[in-house]
Design a protein around this ligand. Structure first.
Ligand code: MN
Ligand code: MN
Length: 456
């Protein structure tokens, strides 16, 4: 199958739209560097676009727009269609958590006149990529009195940043002989946060000085770390990448690029769709979709039940029919073909930057293990929908056979018996602190998700 580079299909006016979308996406990415921030930004935009909290409405009708907020970490958006829910929904689902380091519950310590925050990394990372970078702290501190304080340190230009040191090359003979997986060990991912002792304090004076700053800025005590969720992420904003500005380098493209394409596609729907449209932004995908905010929790099914109830359509059987009859794109990033590591890819079935939105019939590893493996009939229908929507698309699997593989939320939704396939944007340096995508692929993803929501 010959693939086309999407850039070659754009006339001047359309190319400007691609670049404008890239700029708008960068603003979204910069405003949400954690699942909480991303959920909040999505809800802010949804409310502006006329969506209301499902909890705040008692009845629903076709054309209504509602959102569901799950513990401030997962969001669903719905546009009620004209057909009954039991005919199924058209769903696009992505995740908004990204690989990073989380502070431990007892993180703060002092060693040799430096203060550190101890971390436990989250998701699959190459640990050696996370040292010697300016890092920022994002999260919340939940206090005993019920107040929740937002923390963001390291994003304003005048803010200090924090970071993890690495051994100087001059002393690295032993380290350089180690395997990459142990060059920097997980327990060594401790973030330096201070180096100035508090005067008049004898025991751990540098730690005391850091605590004094936290007390002043956030009103928090050391004990408050016990009920905090603070994430350590790369500091700074996304940037245009390449002299031609065709790409974006940023933290958390996986999977906020698909999340953004989804909400953008939802916001572009102005009329009442035939089938109810649903956009899911899930948490915890990077650690197996577990927990109350991960896709394996029942918030999606429960929300559909609530919506059916508020439409006066609810029954257990109709709910089951709604789930089974649904059609879904599990929107997650794909491994972009990297010429520098060509040997890890199979060229006929790789995802290329710039060659459009990517469909992955399956993503698993070692004999497709753990993959969703979508139905041919569904893929056949999608081809027709994509062609009608003039979408530049490609198909791929994740690397060469037996080189690896990965999972998404697809298999979880498939448990209901619905048709679901993986579809997303190709990424270079996936799971690195700074990942790279092509603006053309983002643009085609928005077109694809829009066409799918209206015509699947
Ligand atoms: Mn992902
Ligand atoms: Mn991932």
């Amino acid at each position: 199958m010959e693939r086309i580079n999407a850039w070659t299909t754009y006339k001047k006016r359309e190319e400007k739209k691609v670049m404008d979308l890239g700029k708008a996406y960068r603003a979204f990415l910069d405003s949400g560097k954690t699942e909480r921030e991303c959920a909040r930004e999505t809800i802010r935009r949804a409310e502006k676009a006329g969506y209301v909290d499902l909890e705040k409405v008692s009845t629903l009708k076709a054309g209504d727009r509602v959102y569901v907020n799950t513990m401030n970490k997962a969001v669903q958006l719905y546009i009620i269609g004209s057909e009954p829910l039991e005919k199924g929904l058209n769903i696009v689902g992505a995740h908004i958590d990204s690989p990073r380091m989380d502070l431990k519950q007892n993180p703060l310590y002092e060693d040799t006149d430096l203060a550190y925050l101890d971390t436990h990394y989250y998701g699959g990372i190459k640990k050696y990529q996370w040292v010697t970078l300016p890092l920022a702290l994002h999260g919340v501190v939940a206090k005993k009195d019920g107040t929740v304080v937002d923390v963001v340190i390291g994003e304003d230009e005048d803010d200090p940043v924090v970071g993890i040191s690495d051994l100087l090359i001059h002393l690295s003979a032993t380290q350089m002989d180690k395997k990459a997986s142990v060059v920097i060990e997980g327990e060594a991912l401790d973030v330096i946060v201070g180096g100035k002792p508090q005067k008049d304090v004898e025991k751990e004076p540098v730690k005391a000085a850091v605590l004094a700053i936290l007390k002043e800025k956030y009103g928090m005590e050391e004990e408050d770390f016990l009920s905090a969720e603070i994430e350590v992420v790369p500091a700074g904003k996304s940037r245009d990448f390449g002299l031609d500005r065709s790409m974006v380098i940023g933290y958390g493209h996986d999977d906020r690029v698909c999340a953004y394409a989804e909400i953008e596609a939802m916001f572009r729907i102005t009329d009442t769709p035939k089938y109810t449209c649903c956009c899911i932004l899930a948490d915890k995908e990077e650690i197996g979709s577990v927990g109350a905010t991960g896709m394996r929790a029942r918030y999606f099914e429960n929300a559909v039940a609530e919506i059916m109830d508020k439409l006066g359509e609810y029954s257990e059987l109709k709910l089951r029919r709604a789930m089974t009859n649904s059609r879904m794109l599990s929107c997650d990033v794909s491994a972009g073909y990297d010429p520098s590591y060509a040997g890890m890819f199979e060229k006929k079935n790789a995802a290329y930057l710039g060659k459009g939105v990517c469909f992955n019939k399956y993503t698993g590893s070692r004999g497709k293990s753990g993959s969703n493996d979508a139905n041919a009939e569904f893929m056949g229908k999608l081809r027709a929908v994509m062609e009608a929507g003039k979408v530049v698309y490609q198909t791929a699997e994740l690397g060469k056979v037996d080189q690896g593989g990965g999972g998404t939320i697809a298999y979880i939704c498939a448990l209901y018996g619905m048709n679901v396939i993986d579809s997303g944007v190709a990424v270079l340096s996936m799971h690195a602190p700074w990942e790279i995508i092509s603006k053309a692929d983002l643009y085609e993803a928005v077109k694809a998700y829009h066409a799918f929501l209206l015509n699947a």
